[in-house]
Write a protein that binds this ligand. Structure first.
Ligand code: G6P
Length: 368
């Protein structure tokens, strides 16, 4: 069937606005509302018994995997390696016997990710695919699949596939943490409760669309370079924000761990370089806030995504701050992905680029 734009100007906008729905759909497939627990579908191996996890993907999917690494290590206490498929497949990686390899892919057809899957099968790993296309090669060749229920994604720049990948990884984290006894019942209830609130919080985030459009036009369209900063699970989000902006607006952007700013990017900061800071109120907030201060002190144009408490804390500084709904820090990366997508989208629209089909890029990279 023909897929329309549902009244939106671009598929990307439609797909951004579908997120409350598809995040909910993906979660509901694994969430038991009566027990208030997460249940994974039956798998042909015990994922909680593995000594080590290797997370492998390309592009935006790899950044979902990086968030997954932070989550799984923190909550389930499993060591997680993370790799880009194109590096992994050629660097003779050492695999731990009986390990779990997780492949994340919207299309399920990315050549490097598929080659990495075949390598891991040969090395005796349990291979789990998180894919959006159930009929794809990666879905067929993996030992097990956890589907993202994002529906068809047409825009080349991934949006709803990314947030639903995060939902699956969050569920995997909770399920493994419970099975391994690294998370008590109260924490499990809190984290799964926070997940069930994401669809409605995501709908609230979409209300900031007009404000983000104004910021995009005023501050980002004229920029030549943009820096994105974040710590903890907001670090992969900073990388994703920079990737999204580059892909569709053709503005040079770099994502950096906020704590690394002093080791290089601080040299670039002046009044012409907007700095996007992803800073939900979590235990790292104060650290990031001091980086924001350093940006402002150098005349940088800081644009901060935080919540009401974070915005209040930064209000004495000359910066642009957007207060998103307050959520449990665990689910913040799912929610904060959305304004980052909106910012890239509106900048690209304002620049007049081909948002859904950016130059030189393909939806699925099926040849190396
Ligand atoms: C291409 C797309 C990206 C995507 C990446 C990985 O670069 O333009 O949006 O993140 O491939 O694709 P996959 O289908 O494996 O998630």
């Amino acid at each position: 069937a023909m897929i329309g734009k549902g009244g939106h100007r671009h598929f990307m906008a439609k797909e951004i606005f579908e997120q409350p729905q598809v995040i909910g759909d993906t979660l509901n497939a694994m969430f038991n509302p009566t027990e208030r627990t997460i249940t994974l579908p039956p798998l042909p191996f015990d994922p909680a018994a593995v000594p080590r996890i290797t997370m492998i993907a390309c592009g935006t999917a790899s950044l979902a995997g990086m968030v997954g690494k932070y989550w799984l290590e923190q909550h389930a206490g499993i060591p997680v390696d993370w790799d880009l498929a194109s590096e992994f497949r050629y660097r003779a990686p050492v695999m731990t016997e009986g390990g779990l390899a997780v492949f994340i892919s919207q299309s399920g057809e990315t050549a490097d990710t598929l080659a990495a899957l075949r390598y891991c099968k040969q090395k005796g790993q349990h291979c789990l695919a998180i894919v959006n296309s159930p009929e794809s090669t990666i879905a067929r060749e993996a030992h097990a699949v956890l589907p993202t229920l994002a529906g068809p994604e047409i825009g080349v720049a991934s949006t709803k596939a990314f947030t639903t990948q995060l939902v699956v990884l969050a569920c995997l984290t909770i399920a493994l943490a419970r099975a391994r006894g690294t998370m008590d019942r109260a924490t499990e209830a809190r984290l799964s409760g926070a997940l069930t609130e994401v669809p409605s919080r995501a709908a609230e985030v979409l209300n900031h669309d007009e404000r983000i459009r104004e910021i995009a036009q005023e501050t980002f369209t004229p920029a030549r370079d943009v820096l994105y900063l974040g710590r903890g699970t907001s670090y992969p989000l900073a990388l994703e924000g920079a990737l999204k902006l580059k892909e569709i607006s053709y503005i040079h952007a770099e994502g950096y761990a906020a704590g690394e700013m002093k080791h290089g990017p601080i040299a670039l900061i002046d009044e012409t370089v907007p700095v996007v800071v992803i800073a939900p109120s979590d235990e790292l907030f104060e650290k990031t806030a001091s980086n924001v201060q350093e940006v402002v002190a150098r005349g940088g144009k800081a644009v901060v995504f935080s919540d009401a408490a974070g915005v209040e804390r930064l209000k004495h500084l000359a910066l642009e701050a957007i207060a998103l709904p307050a959520v449990d820090p665990f689910v913040a990366p799912i929610l904060y992905a959305i304004p980052v997508q909106q910012l890239a989208y509106h900048t690209a629209v304002d620049k007049g680029t081909d948002v859904d089909q950016p130059r030189n890029l393909a939806k699925a990279v099926t040849v190396e």
